[in-house]
Design a protein around this ligand. Structure first.
Ligand SMILES: *Cc1c(COP(=O)(O)O)cnc(C)c1O
Length: 363
C-alpha cells in the first residue's frame, strides 16, 4: 500500500497532511487539557477559543464583511435545500432557481415543498453549460434567487456570477459547497452562501452558512429552531451542540490556508492544476471533457473516454499506482478528478502523466 494515496474523491475528500498530523498530535491531550477535542464541553474555555479562532480565521480568509453572520450548522448541503426556503421564503413564498446541474436541481425540487419555485431557465440535460444570463427570466418579486456556483457532479463552475442578470434587491443564495475557499468570492454581492464542509474544508457533519444580517428573522414559524438562522446566530452557533470536532479540524484547515498565503495564492495554484488537466483533455487523445470551456470547474474535472471498454482497466491501473476515487458520479458516468485545495499539483501531474502513458499503450 502507498502511505498516502493521491485522493481524487469528490467528498468527503482529501485534507492537508499537515492538518491531519497536527490533529493526531493533539488527539489524546489537546494543549494540556488532558482530553481530546471530541471529549470536551462545547461551552468550555478550550472549545470556545477553538470556535472563535475558526470564525475569525474564516472571516479573514474570505474577507467577510461585518454585516454578515457566520453560522456553524449541521444538515449538510441537502439540509440547506430545506433550511433556506424555511428561513427565506417569507409570506411571498416565491423563489427563483437556476438549475445548472444535479445539485441545483435537487435544491429546486426540495424548495418546491415550501413555496413556489420558478426556474429562471429551462433545464437542459446532460448538464454541460449554463443558460445565457441574458435569457434568465428572474422575478423582482422573488424572495431570493438560488444557484449552485460549483456543480460537483457535473463539473460546472460559475466563476464570475453575472449579478447584473439578477434583479437588484433580490438576495442571491449560493450553494458553494464544493468550491468555497478555492478562490476569493465577492461576499457583499450575496445574501447567503452555504456549504457542507466535507469537500474543501474539513470533515463531514459541519455546514457553513454566511448570511447578511438583514436576512435573519424571516423564518417560517414551522422552521426547526436548530435550523433557524436567527436563533443559531443569537446563540453564537451553540443553540445546540455543534459538530465540535469538525469545527476544530476546519479551524486547522483555515490556519493551513493562511500559512499558504490566503485565497489568492490558493486560487493561482488551483488554476494551474485545473489548466494542466484540461489541456491534456483537449489534446484529442483517448480522454475528453464535454463541459463548455467557459464553465469548466477548477475543482471537479469531469471527463470521458472515447472507448467505453477502457474505463475499468484505466481505473484499475490508476488505483494500482496510488490514484483513487477517479470514477465519475453514477448519474453521469465517465471519470472525475476532484482537485480541491488539499490535492497537490504533484497528484495532478502524476495523473496526467499516467493518462498520457495509458494513451500510448491503448491508443
Ligand atoms: C456534496 C454537495 C451537496 C450535498 O451535501 P451533503 O452534505 O451530502 O448534504 C450539495 N451541494 C453541493 C454543491 C455538493 O457538492
Amino acid at each position: 500500500m502507498f502511505e498516502r494515496a493521491f485522493n481524487f474523491s469528490a467528498g468527503p475528500a482529501a485534507l492537508p497532511l499537515e492538518v491531519l498530523q497536527q490533529a493526531a498530535e493533539e488527539m489524546t491531550n489537546f494543549r494540556g487539557s488532558g482530553m481530546s477535542v471530541m471529549e470536551m464541553s462545547h461551552r468550555g474555555p478550550e472549545f470556545m477559543q477553538i470556535a472563535e479562532q475558526a470564525q475569525a480565521d474564516l472571516r479573514e480568509l474570505m474577507q467577510i464583511p461585518k454585516e454578515y453572520a457566520v453560522l456553524f450548522l449541521q444538515g449538510g448541503g441537502l439540509g440547506e435545500n430545506a433550511i433556506v426556503p424555511l428561513n427565506l421564503m417569507g409570506p411571498r413564498a416565491q423563489a427563483d432557481y437556476l438549475v445548472t446541474g444535479s445539485w441545483s436541481e435537487k435544491s429546486a425540487q426540495e424548495a418546491s415543498r415550501y413555496g413556489n419555485v420558478a426556474l429562471v431557465a429551462p433545464v437542459s440535460k446532460p448538464f454541460t453549460t449554463v443558460a445565457a444570463p441574458d435569457t434568465w427570466t428572474c422575478s423582482p418579486q422573488a424572495s431570493y434567487f438560488h444557484l449552485c456556483t460549483n456543480e460537483t457532479i457535473d463539473g460546472i463552475e460559475i466563476g464570475d456570477v453575472p449579478f447584473e442578470a439578477i434583479p437588484p434587491g433580490v438576495p442571491v443564495v449560493a450553494d458553494v459547497s464544493s468550491h468555497i475557499l478555492s478562490r476569493p468570492m465577492p461576499i457583499e454581492r450575496y445574501g447567503v452562501l452555504y456549504g457542507g464542509a466535507q469537500k474543501n474544508i474539513g470533515p463531514a457533519g459541519l455546514t457553513l452558512v454566511i448570511i447578511r444580517h438583514d436576512l435573519l428573522g424571516r423564518a417560517s414559524p414551522v422552521c426547526p429552531s436548530v435550523f433557524n438562522y436567527q436563533v443559531v446566530d443569537q446563540a453564537d452557533s451553540m443553540f445546540n451542540t455543534p459538530p465540535t470536532f469538525a469545527i476544530y479540524i476546519a479551524g486547522l484547515v483555515f490556519q493551513w490556508l493562511k500559512r499558504q498565503g490566503g485565497l489568492k495564492v490558493i486560487e493561482a495554484r488551483n488554476l494551474a492544476k485545473a489548466q494542466r488537466l484540461y489541456e491534456h483533455l483537449d489534446r484529442g487523445g483517448l480522454f475528453f471533457s464535454r463541459v463548455d470551456p467557459r464553465y469548466r470547474s477548477r475543482m471537479n474535472v469531469t471527463f470521458f473516454m472515447r472507448d467505453e471498454a477502457l474505463y475499468d482497466p484505466f481505473l484499475a491501473q490508476a488505483k494500482a499506482q496510488g490514484m483513487v476515487q477517479l470514477k465519475g458520479h453514477r448519474s453521469v458516468g465517465g471519470l472525475r478528478a476532484s482537485i480541491y485545495n488539499a490535492v497537490p499539483m504533484q497528484a495532478v501531474e502524476t495523473l496526467v502523466q499516467f493518462m498520457a502513458e495509458f494513451e500510448r499503450t491503448h491508443g
